[in-house]
Unconditional design. Structure first.
Length: 58
């Protein structure tokens, strides 16, 4: 199994997804819908890239 390398851009995107997820979970105020939708898109793109780089195998 080959491990995927996380580049700086992906690391920044992962951090952004984590920040929005934490805000949605712990903040008394919900993030706006546009930010949530955009972040979900970023998360899906990251998952897709990681799945492709690992060949879809575990």
């Amino acid at each position: 199994m080959r491990r995927a390398e996380i580049v700086d851009e992906e690391r920044a995107e992962l951090a952004r997804v984590a920040r929005v997820a934490d805000a949605a979970r712990y903040s008394p105020l919900r993030p706006d819908d546009a930010a949530l939708e955009e972040t979900v898109g970023v998360a899906k793109a990251l998952l897709s890239r990681f799945a492709k780089s690992s060949g879809g195998k575990r």
